[in-house]
Design a protein around this ligand. Structure first.
Ligand code: FAD
Length: 454
């Protein structure tokens, strides 16, 4: 019997990983990607240069047999190194020890690895091919190449992995409205860089951390690259009073602001002016869809279905979880692809909605709370509760980042745990004063034990 044909639009991290998983399961996979081959050109400067991989992403890479190769290209990050204005920087660990860490990897390096692996599994990639429109009834694509030559392509099943601005999504929505809702955050980002220290091999600051300079309504972060540099991202409101991208239009105004608001960061960026003036301002938004598929003909995955802001470092991790679920459903559905796509949406959409909500909450936490005494008291009490009763208490951040518990479960359990913490800190203003037995009875009255994580 002929192998069933699957056509993917987009060979970014999610598309390339899905291509590998589907090809391994015997599907005839073709990928159209608008950019050039990432193995030959690298990525344009000014796009996010690296990404944090957490447990969900790692688990998907394990399924693909690629986790070790990805980890070899990554730098471990143990926690947030918080740089308060005028104070000492301090590490807030993400997990209990070094078994709970996240990994910083170059986007282009990861993408190249995934494309290689997908080709090894039998998928075919066509680079420099942009989808311009799609006839969903006929399952026919219209693509344009670098020389502006347009061609039509008779596709099999259509899978849109073409990111937040998905062209396949637009074509599907024209055919049958998907209920698209885009909620702009009103904030944007700009990418800068800390080069390696003078001898070109050492990191200029602690490498095994995600650095944060929280400043209330805005912040900078820095993540390490294996070559010794750091990718710095400035997050600011797009418009409005100072500071915003409106009031910091160029390097001349921004460098005075950096000198004042990020005095320990500014001197680490000798190419600040070129980077600031040369890199675009990225806009952040959350994308929600009521429907992710059109019967058994077309489906969306990753950012094309559920783009989120980057404040939990979970966008790609969530997209990677999608790929494993979708590949399994397609492999097990026979010819009932409509059933597989419907099940995929049923399983993944509540989880995508939950991580979108937690991401927005995490932004407030990162830019405002990490230096706030009340937040720090909650953090201290959370650490105590984890030690007292790991079967009942796990911080939401750990559930999201270091387990495979569904995002929707982590969201709901985190909400109840937070209520318990708040109540205890109302009764005992200092975390150190909360008696263990009182804390444990409050927790056990509110929640069942955590499910087994094995
Ligand atoms: P994309 O990465 O957008 O890939 C889509 C692909 O489709 C691209 O290669 C594109 O060229 C191609 N394409 C687009 N249109 C067409 C077309 N018409 N025809 C053909 N091809 C097309 N996530 C994490 O998990 N951890 C992080 O630390 C993290 N940090 C982030 C930091 C920032 C500042 C931002 C903005 C995002 C971050 N994310 C992070 C989110 C992550 O980048 C995305 O979730 C992830 O890239 C989604 O992968 P994707 O393959 O679905 O989409």
């Amino acid at each position: 019997m002929a192998r069933q044909a699957m056509t993917l639009i987009g060979g970014g991290p999610v598309g390339a990983l899905l291509a590998q998983l589907l090809a391994k399961r015997g599907f005839a996979v073709t990928v159209f990607e608008k950019r050039s081959d990432p193995r030959r050109i690298g990525f344009k400067r000014g796009r996010t240069i690296n990404l944090a991989i957490a447990e969900r992403g790692l688990q998907a890479l394990r399924t693909a047999g690629l986790a070790e190769r990805a980890l070899q290209k990554s730098v471990m990050m143990r926690g947030r190194m918080v740089h308060p204005l005028g104070g000492e920087a301090g590490l807030q660990r993400y997990g209990v020890d070094d078994s709970e860490v996240i990994w910083s990897i170059s986007r282009s390096g990861l993408n190249a690895l995934l494309v290689d692996a997908a080709e090894e599994a039998g998928a075919t990639f066509h680079f420099g091919q942009t989808l311009v429109s799609a006839d969903i009834d006929e399952q026919c694509l219209s693509l344009i190449d670098r020389e502006d030559v347009q061609r039509d392509y008779g596709a099999g099943l259509l899978i849109g992995a073409d990111g937040a601005g998905s062209a396949l999504r637009a074509a599907m929505d024209l055919y049958q409205p998907l209920g698209i809702r885009v909620e702009p955050l009103g904030h944007g980002y700009k990418e800068l860089e800390i080069p390696p220290a003078a001898d070109h091999r050492r990191f200029a600051i602690e490498p095994h951390a995600l650095h944060i300079w929280p400043r209330g309504g805005y912040m900078s972060i820095a993540t390490p690259n294996i070559a010794g540099s750091f990718n710095v991202t400035l997050f600011l409101p797009l418009h409005g009073p100072h500071p915003s991208f409106d009031t910091l239009r160029d390097a001349a105004t921004a460098s005075a602001f950096f000198g004042r608001d990020f005095p320990d960061l500014a001197p680490l960026m000798p190419r600040f002016a070129d980077d600031y003036d040369g890199h675009p301002v990225g806009k952040l938004a959350t994308l929600y869809l009521d429907r992710w598929h059109i019967d058994g003909r077309a489906v969306l995955v990753g950012d094309a279905a559920h783009a989120i802001a980057p404040f939990h470092g979970q966008g790609m991790n969530c997209g990677f979880e999608d790929t494993v679920v979708l590949a399994e459903l397609l492999a097990g559905c026979g010819r009932d692809t409509a059933g597989a796509f419907a099940k995929f949406q049923q399983i993944r959409k509540p989880n995508a909605d939950a991580i979108a909500a937690m991401t927005l909450e995490n932004y407030v936490e990162m830019r405002d709370s990490v230096a706030d005494p009340r937040y720090l008291a909650k953090l201290e009490l959370s650490t105590r509760m984890t030690q007292w009763s790991p079967e009942y208490f796990m911080s939401r951040y750990r559930m999201v980042t270091f387990t495979l518990l569904p995002y929707a479960y982590a969201y709901e359990r985190g909400r109840v745990q937070n209520q318990v913490l708040e109540q205890l800190l109302r009764d005992f203003p200092r975390a150190g004063d909360v008696p263990q037995d009182v804390a444990m009875s409050a927790l056990q009255a509110a929640l069942p034990p955590l499910p087994s994580l094995l």
